[in-house]
Design a binder for this molecule. Structure first.
Ligand code: PGA
Length: 252
Protein backbone atom coordinates (compact mmCIF):
# COMPACT_ATOMS: atom_id res chain seq x y z
CA UNK A 1 0.00 0.00 0.00
CA UNK A 2 1.32 3.46 -0.78
CA UNK A 3 1.01 6.05 1.96
CA UNK A 4 -0.84 9.34 1.61
CA UNK A 5 1.22 11.90 -0.27
CA UNK A 6 0.80 14.95 1.95
CA UNK A 7 1.57 14.51 5.62
CA UNK A 8 1.01 16.99 8.41
CA UNK A 9 2.91 17.56 11.62
CA UNK A 10 0.65 17.71 14.69
CA UNK A 11 1.10 20.52 17.17
CA UNK A 12 2.73 18.76 20.14
CA UNK A 13 2.52 20.34 23.59
CA UNK A 14 4.47 18.80 26.43
CA UNK A 15 3.35 19.27 30.02
CA UNK A 16 5.87 19.08 32.86
CA UNK A 17 3.73 16.91 35.11
CA UNK A 18 0.28 15.41 35.54
CA UNK A 19 -1.22 18.61 36.95
CA UNK A 20 0.06 20.67 34.04
CA UNK A 21 -1.14 17.99 31.62
CA UNK A 22 -4.66 18.19 33.03
CA UNK A 23 -4.72 22.00 33.08
CA UNK A 24 -3.38 22.30 29.55
CA UNK A 25 -5.83 19.72 28.20
CA UNK A 26 -8.74 21.49 29.91
CA UNK A 27 -7.62 24.90 28.63
CA UNK A 28 -7.43 23.67 25.03
CA UNK A 29 -10.77 21.92 25.44
CA UNK A 30 -12.44 25.13 26.60
CA UNK A 31 -10.76 27.25 23.93
CA UNK A 32 -11.94 24.84 21.27
CA UNK A 33 -15.61 24.71 22.24
CA UNK A 34 -16.32 28.13 23.71
CA UNK A 35 -16.49 29.86 20.37
CA UNK A 36 -19.17 27.45 19.14
CA UNK A 37 -22.94 27.51 19.68
CA UNK A 38 -23.69 23.80 20.12
CA UNK A 39 -20.41 21.97 19.70
CA UNK A 40 -20.52 18.26 18.92
CA UNK A 41 -17.83 16.69 21.07
CA UNK A 42 -16.39 13.18 21.18
CA UNK A 43 -14.70 12.15 24.44
CA UNK A 44 -12.54 9.20 25.51
CA UNK A 45 -12.72 6.88 28.48
CA UNK A 46 -9.60 5.54 30.21
CA UNK A 47 -7.39 6.97 32.90
CA UNK A 48 -5.64 9.43 30.59
CA UNK A 49 -8.37 12.11 30.49
CA UNK A 50 -9.42 11.87 34.14
CA UNK A 51 -7.31 14.86 35.20
CA UNK A 52 -8.80 16.98 32.43
CA UNK A 53 -12.32 16.00 33.46
CA UNK A 54 -11.49 16.93 37.05
CA UNK A 55 -10.27 20.38 36.03
CA UNK A 56 -13.33 20.94 33.83
CA UNK A 57 -15.71 19.79 36.56
CA UNK A 58 -14.12 21.92 39.25
CA UNK A 59 -12.61 25.05 37.69
CA UNK A 60 -15.17 25.41 34.89
CA UNK A 61 -18.26 24.02 36.63
CA UNK A 62 -20.01 27.40 36.48
CA UNK A 63 -19.77 27.75 32.71
CA UNK A 64 -23.41 26.92 32.00
CA UNK A 65 -22.99 28.60 28.62
CA UNK A 66 -20.71 25.68 27.70
CA UNK A 67 -22.36 22.71 29.36
CA UNK A 68 -25.98 23.52 28.50
CA UNK A 69 -25.16 23.59 24.82
CA UNK A 70 -22.44 21.02 24.30
CA UNK A 71 -23.57 17.89 22.46
CA UNK A 72 -21.75 14.73 23.48
CA UNK A 73 -21.29 11.82 21.07
CA UNK A 74 -19.83 8.54 22.29
CA UNK A 75 -16.52 7.47 20.79
CA UNK A 76 -16.83 3.77 21.58
CA UNK A 77 -18.49 1.20 23.82
CA UNK A 78 -18.17 -2.43 24.74
CA UNK A 79 -20.77 -4.56 22.94
CA UNK A 80 -23.19 -6.89 24.67
CA UNK A 81 -23.27 -5.50 28.22
CA UNK A 82 -26.51 -5.00 30.14
CA UNK A 83 -27.78 -1.50 30.79
CA UNK A 84 -26.58 -1.36 34.39
CA UNK A 85 -23.20 -3.05 33.85
CA UNK A 86 -20.45 -1.18 35.69
CA UNK A 87 -18.04 -1.69 32.77
CA UNK A 88 -20.05 0.44 30.35
CA UNK A 89 -18.08 3.36 28.93
CA UNK A 90 -21.31 5.38 28.95
CA UNK A 91 -21.65 5.00 32.72
CA UNK A 92 -17.98 5.78 33.21
CA UNK A 93 -18.22 9.02 31.25
CA UNK A 94 -21.38 10.06 33.08
CA UNK A 95 -19.66 9.56 36.42
CA UNK A 96 -16.34 11.21 35.62
CA UNK A 97 -17.61 14.09 33.50
CA UNK A 98 -21.07 14.38 31.94
CA UNK A 99 -23.06 14.28 35.19
CA UNK A 100 -20.54 16.43 37.01
CA UNK A 101 -20.86 19.35 34.63
CA UNK A 102 -24.52 18.64 33.89
CA UNK A 103 -24.62 17.97 30.17
CA UNK A 104 -28.39 17.72 29.47
CA UNK A 105 -29.58 14.15 28.88
CA UNK A 106 -31.01 15.17 25.51
CA UNK A 107 -27.51 16.19 24.42
CA UNK A 108 -25.89 12.83 25.16
CA UNK A 109 -25.71 10.21 22.41
CA UNK A 110 -24.39 6.79 23.43
CA UNK A 111 -23.98 3.42 21.82
CA UNK A 112 -26.54 0.96 23.19
CA UNK A 113 -24.29 -1.85 24.35
CA UNK A 114 -27.26 -4.20 24.73
CA UNK A 115 -28.76 -3.52 21.30
CA UNK A 116 -30.41 -6.72 20.06
CA UNK A 117 -29.65 -5.85 16.45
CA UNK A 118 -26.01 -4.82 16.25
CA UNK A 119 -26.06 -3.97 12.55
CA UNK A 120 -28.95 -1.60 13.17
CA UNK A 121 -27.13 -0.02 16.11
CA UNK A 122 -24.13 0.69 13.91
CA UNK A 123 -26.32 2.30 11.27
CA UNK A 124 -28.10 4.36 13.94
CA UNK A 125 -24.84 5.84 15.22
CA UNK A 126 -23.31 6.39 11.79
CA UNK A 127 -26.53 8.10 10.70
CA UNK A 128 -26.43 10.33 13.77
CA UNK A 129 -22.87 11.32 12.89
CA UNK A 130 -23.75 12.00 9.28
CA UNK A 131 -26.83 14.02 10.22
CA UNK A 132 -25.22 16.01 13.06
CA UNK A 133 -21.56 16.02 12.15
CA UNK A 134 -18.90 16.69 11.46
CA UNK A 135 -17.66 16.50 15.02
CA UNK A 136 -16.38 19.88 16.22
CA UNK A 137 -13.88 18.50 18.72
CA UNK A 138 -12.70 14.91 19.02
CA UNK A 139 -10.70 14.27 22.17
CA UNK A 140 -8.90 10.95 21.88
CA UNK A 141 -6.65 8.73 23.95
CA UNK A 142 -3.86 6.62 22.47
CA UNK A 143 -4.01 2.86 22.92
CA UNK A 144 -0.87 0.94 23.82
CA UNK A 145 -1.16 -0.60 20.35
CA UNK A 146 -1.88 2.72 18.63
CA UNK A 147 -5.65 2.40 18.56
CA UNK A 148 -7.94 5.43 18.50
CA UNK A 149 -11.32 4.74 20.06
CA UNK A 150 -11.50 1.01 19.48
CA UNK A 151 -10.06 1.24 15.99
CA UNK A 152 -7.52 -1.51 16.44
CA UNK A 153 -4.45 -2.06 14.22
CA UNK A 154 -5.59 -2.80 10.68
CA UNK A 155 -8.51 -0.35 10.84
CA UNK A 156 -8.88 1.56 7.57
CA UNK A 157 -8.36 5.32 7.70
CA UNK A 158 -11.68 5.80 5.89
CA UNK A 159 -13.60 3.35 8.10
CA UNK A 160 -17.09 4.15 9.37
CA UNK A 161 -18.80 3.21 12.65
CA UNK A 162 -18.55 -0.51 13.31
CA UNK A 163 -18.13 -3.44 15.63
CA UNK A 164 -14.52 -4.38 16.29
CA UNK A 165 -12.96 -7.48 17.81
CA UNK A 166 -10.53 -6.35 20.49
CA UNK A 167 -6.89 -7.35 20.24
CA UNK A 168 -5.12 -9.27 23.03
CA UNK A 169 -3.24 -6.06 23.90
CA UNK A 170 -6.43 -4.07 24.39
CA UNK A 171 -7.96 -6.89 26.44
CA UNK A 172 -4.84 -6.83 28.61
CA UNK A 173 -5.13 -3.04 29.08
CA UNK A 174 -8.81 -3.47 29.95
CA UNK A 175 -7.96 -6.07 32.60
CA UNK A 176 -6.29 -3.32 34.60
CA UNK A 177 -9.73 -1.69 34.90
CA UNK A 178 -11.97 -4.72 35.37
CA UNK A 179 -9.80 -7.06 37.41
CA UNK A 180 -9.05 -9.79 34.89
CA UNK A 181 -8.82 -10.42 31.17
CA UNK A 182 -11.87 -12.68 31.46
CA UNK A 183 -13.90 -9.67 32.60
CA UNK A 184 -13.07 -7.66 29.47
CA UNK A 185 -15.67 -7.89 26.69
CA UNK A 186 -14.24 -9.16 23.40
CA UNK A 187 -16.01 -6.75 21.07
CA UNK A 188 -16.69 -3.04 21.00
CA UNK A 189 -18.49 -0.49 18.89
CA UNK A 190 -16.43 2.43 17.73
CA UNK A 191 -16.79 5.47 15.54
CA UNK A 192 -14.55 4.80 12.56
CA UNK A 193 -11.33 6.61 11.70
CA UNK A 194 -13.05 8.15 8.67
CA UNK A 195 -15.63 9.93 10.82
CA UNK A 196 -13.05 10.96 13.41
CA UNK A 197 -10.73 12.38 10.78
CA UNK A 198 -13.51 14.68 9.62
CA UNK A 199 -13.61 16.35 13.05
CA UNK A 200 -12.81 20.05 12.86
CA UNK A 201 -10.33 19.77 15.71
CA UNK A 202 -8.65 16.75 17.26
CA UNK A 203 -6.88 16.57 20.62
CA UNK A 204 -4.83 13.45 21.37
CA UNK A 205 -4.05 13.04 25.07
CA UNK A 206 -1.11 10.83 26.02
CA UNK A 207 0.50 10.38 29.40
CA UNK A 208 2.88 8.00 31.15
CA UNK A 209 6.17 6.37 30.20
CA UNK A 210 4.37 3.24 28.99
CA UNK A 211 3.05 5.28 26.04
CA UNK A 212 6.39 6.82 25.05
CA UNK A 213 7.17 4.22 22.40
CA UNK A 214 3.77 4.22 20.74
CA UNK A 215 3.62 8.04 20.79
CA UNK A 216 7.00 8.22 19.05
CA UNK A 217 5.77 5.73 16.45
CA UNK A 218 2.54 7.67 16.02
CA UNK A 219 4.42 10.88 15.31
CA UNK A 220 7.49 9.58 13.50
CA UNK A 221 6.81 6.06 12.25
CA UNK A 222 5.36 4.82 8.98
CA UNK A 223 1.84 6.09 8.31
CA UNK A 224 -0.64 3.27 7.84
CA UNK A 225 -3.36 1.15 9.46
CA UNK A 226 -0.79 -0.96 11.36
CA UNK A 227 -0.70 1.97 13.78
CA UNK A 228 -4.14 3.56 13.48
CA UNK A 229 -3.11 6.76 15.28
CA UNK A 230 -0.73 7.61 12.41
CA UNK A 231 -3.89 8.60 10.52
CA UNK A 232 -3.70 11.83 12.51
CA UNK A 233 -0.76 12.87 10.31
CA UNK A 234 -2.91 12.80 7.18
CA UNK A 235 -4.67 16.04 8.16
CA UNK A 236 -4.02 19.32 9.92
CA UNK A 237 -5.65 20.70 13.06
CA UNK A 238 -4.37 17.95 15.33
CA UNK A 239 -3.02 18.84 18.75
CA UNK A 240 -1.13 16.29 20.83
CA UNK A 241 -0.89 16.94 24.55
CA UNK A 242 1.65 14.72 26.27
CA UNK A 243 3.24 14.70 29.66
CA UNK A 244 7.02 14.56 29.91
CA UNK A 245 7.04 10.79 30.44
CA UNK A 246 5.00 10.05 27.35
CA UNK A 247 7.16 12.48 25.36
CA UNK A 248 10.33 10.74 26.54
CA UNK A 249 11.10 9.15 23.16
CA UNK A 250 10.33 12.15 20.97
CA UNK A 251 13.30 13.83 19.39
CA UNK A 252 13.48 17.45 20.53
P1 PGA B 1 -5.81 4.63 28.84
O1 PGA B 1 -6.47 4.24 27.43
O2 PGA B 1 -6.26 6.00 29.17
O3 PGA B 1 -6.38 3.60 29.75
O4 PGA B 1 -4.33 4.52 28.68
C1 PGA B 1 -6.17 4.94 26.29
C2 PGA B 1 -6.86 4.29 25.12
O5 PGA B 1 -6.80 3.06 24.98
O6 PGA B 1 -7.48 5.01 24.34
Amino acid sequence: MTGPSALFVPDVRIAADQAAFSELSAAFFIASIEKLKAPLVVLPTGNTPLGMYDVLATQYAGRRDLWDNMRFLALDEYAGLARNDSRLFSGWLCRVFLDRVGIPAANRTFFQSDAANRAQEIVRMETFLNDNGPVDLAVLGLGANGHLGMNEPGSPFDGSTRLITLTPETIKSGAAYWGSEAAVPREAYSLGLGGLLKAKEIMLLVNGAAKAGILAETLNGAVGPAIPATCLRTRGGVRVIADRDAAGKLTP
